[in-house]
Design a protein around this ligand. Structure first.
Ligand SMILES: Nc1ncnc2c1ncn2[C@@H]1O[C@H](COP(=O)(O)OP(=O)(O)OP(=O)(O)O)[C@@H](O)[C@H]1O
Length: 255
């Protein structure tokens, strides 16, 4: 049976734009994310996808409605508190990593996210073999650059590091916000493949925003479409497997 992990009930968000006018982005949005769901999220520009992630992660507060995690009301919980159980990878490889610190130091920070931490050399040394092993899986030379400052990595290596940092301690929920979109096609496909392996083998509950229809169809057990602040399509399992690119193109054309 599906066990709900996160439930959004009638969530609306109102923000002020640059001219001070209030705009409604999410409009009484309802969504239940079950444990182990890998949901691909589609929607045209401005539909509210990133806002949905912000509301779940706590960066934007719901103006009305409730958000529950394991039946606990987290609607008013701070973004900082939520980072203990929600991890996020952004489109921009520069977000989510500390540029002046080395790859190993960044990984140690991520490993100790839920605890007080220390960057003492002996603590780093204790984890070097583990860091070598997990960075090797990326297949992009990151394992050879553990002592390199993150600022001098390639965009692909830096994004692979962001992904590793987000998943090094399994979060309750992983939010992937077009995390492969800024990479060249080969690097993007490689990170997407690794993402799928990690998410499925760990039964990681994850939401992934993408504009790539093929990725949205290929990956995940569930696909949702956002339009004008609401979820207008939600398909799971066999119904998702049977969905085609043409179905989606026709669906978007009908707006
Ligand atoms: N903090 C904010 N202040 C004012 N307007 C905002 C704010 N955040 C989002 N918006 C507006 O709300 C709408 C939805 O934005 P959002 O970034 O959630 O869309 P999206 O579906 O992620 O779009 P895209 O595919 O282009 O990334 C847009 O019109 C955006 O300009």
């Amino acid at each position: 049976m599906n066990k709900p992990l996160i439930t959004l009930t009638d969530v609306s968000t109102t923000v002020q734009n640059s001219t001070g006018t209030s705009i409604n982005i999410l409009k009484k949005l309802n969504l239940t994310i079950n444990e182990g769901d890998f949901i691909t999220v589609l929607g045209s520009n401005g539909a509210g996808k990133s806002t949905l992630f912000n509301v779940i992660a706590g960066g934007i507060k719901a103006t009305t409605g409730t958000i529950k995690l394991n039946n606990r009301d987290i609607t008013h919980e701070s973004e900082l508190k939520r980072t203990k159980y929600i991890s996020r990878v952004f489109q921009d490889p520069k977000l989510g990593t500390a540029p002046r610190m080395t790859v190993a130091e960044n990984l140690l920070l991520a490993l100790n996210r839920r605890h007080s931490f220390s960057l003492m050399p002996r603590h780093l040394n204790k984890h070097l073999a583990e860091f070598t092993q997990i960075t090797k899986q990326m297949g992009n030379g990151l394992d050879q650059r553990l002592q390199t400052s993150v600022g001098s990595l390639s965009g692909g290596q830096r994004q692979a590091l962001s992904f590793l940092m987000a998943t090094i301690q399994k979060p309750e929920l992983l939010l992937l916000d077009e995390h492969t979109a800024a990479l060249d096609p080969k690097t993007s496909a490689q990170l997407m493949h690794l993402t799928n392996e990690k998410v499925t083998s760990n039964a990681q509950t994850a939401l992934m925003i993408t504009h790539n229809l093929e990725d949205a169809l290929t990956y995940g057990n569930r696909l949702i479409v956002l339009h004008d602040g609401q979820i207008t399509l939600d398909v799971t399992g066999t119904a998702k497997e049977q969905l085609t690119k043409d179905d989606l193109l026709n669906y978007f054309a009908s707006y």
